[in-house]
Design a protein around this ligand. Structure first.
Ligand code: NAD
Length: 472
């Protein structure tokens, strides 16, 4: 009997499959571990039609009832957390304990977003009239999810869209479809038919979705290059869009930090998930007076922290998730070496699988590709600075503006630096924090709109102003 995983899509709360299937690989072994349906126009049309049929009743369902059903769905995810985490590690490569954190985090998020509600706003109240602004759902949402946090980011999109009364067709990345398809199966019997449809497919499916006239909105997380294509496609019928895109986040380490205290936190802020985090530190600016000591400490961590197959106990870092991404990061490394830059390599990695040593680049020029581009992998440039105004200018000199961080014992000074960074989020003495109640979004080419918080919910609704006369 084959031990390969084969899962169906969820259309109209029922399993749906296709004749052709996509192979799904384990990036730690490069072996095929399962198959996912390869949907095309007919399956997409069925999913959109189902979501359209479900929309009027879901829109009319009370917020409390929608929240109750979403909470049930979250509970089901928690019940199946171990099973989902194993499947996640197999298709994604991330160490098992961290995969379980993502599954539990996704359930936490669905509940957390359910706690938020957009209040009716009274914008005018006179003797003769009252004007209220209500928020209406948009209709059917097209959700496109990347491979780096497939379950958490799917949960963000599902919770925002459904709690505000929209219905959805969601597509995971072809590199990580399995855990998401399993989520679809778990939603059957909890969410009414058509409210959440999950379909999978190859590279052709995304563009078919963004140009489908049945969608009112596109909620996209992925690269800036794809974001531009989505915006172009959405322009044809003026679909609403939220774009959560790439980043090249700077962290600035001021001279007063305690190196032993911050080194591990800085390291994880850059290398968690093998650097495949949109808001990871991708440029680490270190004050000249502590540069050498902190660089050596970070190099020591790279040489000692365990990297390997996420199914093995005690592993902290897995492989790069897929072959095209592996090749991109490999090319950046080769270019850096060819340019004569100094690469400080971490521990040796397994020969099979898309593994790459955790690597620091010692003070490369600001215009080298490893500094100007989002690597999205385990390679981090360390950059010296001596003047605060100058380093803020260097941190801001990018087309991206997702997040940033400032490290100092002087919190007042750190807040003043935070205010001068052109990014949607800034952390002080911490990394990668987020919350269902805190808006997350990018400045400049890191995105349009936000997810999370009431501001995130607003993006799935449109204002409706109601003029109510008062009897004279
Ligand atoms: P990607 O842009 O290649 O793909 C993202 C999703 O869009 C996938 O489901 C993919 O199949 C689909 N897609 C690809 N081309 C499409 C097209 N032309 N039309 C419609 N859909 C299409 O991104 P990725 O490589 O999966 O993810 C990595 C990128 O995502 C990084 O740049 C990272 O910074 C970014 N990211 C951003 C955030 C954020 O919140 N800002 C979060 C996670 C990842």
């Amino acid at each position: 009997m084959s031990s390969l995983v084969s899962l169906a899509m969820t259309i109209d709360a029922s399993p749906a499959t296709t004749e052709h299937q996509l192979d799904v690989l384990n990036p730690a072994t490069e072996a095929v571990i399962g198959h996912a349906p390869d949907a095309g126009q007919p399956e997409l049309d069925q999913a959109v039609a189902s979501a359209q049929r479900a929309f009027p009743a879901w829109k009319a369902t009370s917020h409390d009832e929608r929240r109750r059903l979403l909470d049930q769905f979250a509970e089901k995810m928690v019940e199946h957390a171990d099973e989902l985490a194993k499947l996640f590690t197999l298709e994604h490569g991330r160490p098992l304990a961290m995969s379980k954190e993502e599954v539990l985090g996704a359930a936490y998020w669905i509940r957390g977003i359910g706690q938020l509600e957009i209040p009716v706003q009274v914008v005018e109240e006179t003797g003769t009239r009252r004007v209220e602004v209500h928020r209406d759902p948009l209709g059917v949402v097209c959700a496109l999810v990347p491979w780096n946090f497939p379950i958490l980011l799917a949960a963000w999109k599902i919770s925002h869209a459904l709690i505000t009364g929209n219905t959805m067709v969601l597509k995971p990345s072809p590199f990580t479809p399995l855990t998401t398809l399993r989520l679809g199966e778990l939603s059957q019997g909890i969410l009414p038919p058509g409210v959440l449809n999950i379909i999978s497919g190859g590279d052709h499916l995304g563009p078919l979705m963004t140009s489908h006239p049945g969608f009112a909105k596109i909620s996209f997380t992925g690269s800036t290059a794809t974001g531009r294509r989505i915006m172009e496609s959405a322009a044809k019928d003026l679909k609403r869009i939220t774009l959560e895109l790439g980043g090249n986040d700077a962290a600035i380490v001021l001279p007063d930090v305690d190196i032993d205290e911050v080194a591990m936190k800085l390291f994880m802020g850059a290398f968690f998930n093998s650097g495949q985090v949109c808001v990871a530190c991708k440029r680490l600016y270190i004050h000249d007076s502590i540069y050498d000591s902190l660089r050596d400490k970070l190099h020591q961590l790279a040489q000692t922290l365990p990297i390997g197959d996420g199914m093995q106990p005690d592993v902290l870092f897995g492989p790069i998730q897929n072959q095209p991404q592996y090749r991109r990061v490999q090319q950046l490394r080769e270019e850096a070496l060819a340019a004569g830059l100094t690469l400080l390599e971490g521990a040796a990695v397994p020969e099979t699988g898309y593994f790459m040593p955790l690597t620091l680049v010692d003070n490369p020029p600001d215009d080298s590709r490893v500094v100007t581009e989002e690597a999205f992998g385990p390679i981090l440039p360390l950059l010296r600075f001596s003047d605060l105004d100058e380093v803020i200018e260097r941190a801001n000199s990018t087309e991206y503006g997702l997040a940033g961080a400032v490290w100092s014992k002087d919190i007042e000074l750190a807040v003043s630096v935070a205010q001068r960074l052109d990014t949607g989020t800034v952390w002080i003495n911490q990394n990668l924090e987020s919350s269902p109640s805190v808006p997350l979004g990018g400045h400049k080419q890191s995105g349009i709109g936000v997810e999370n918080g009431v501001a995130g919910l607003m993006e799935f609704t449109q204002p409706k102003s109601i003029f109510i006369p008062k009897s004279s």
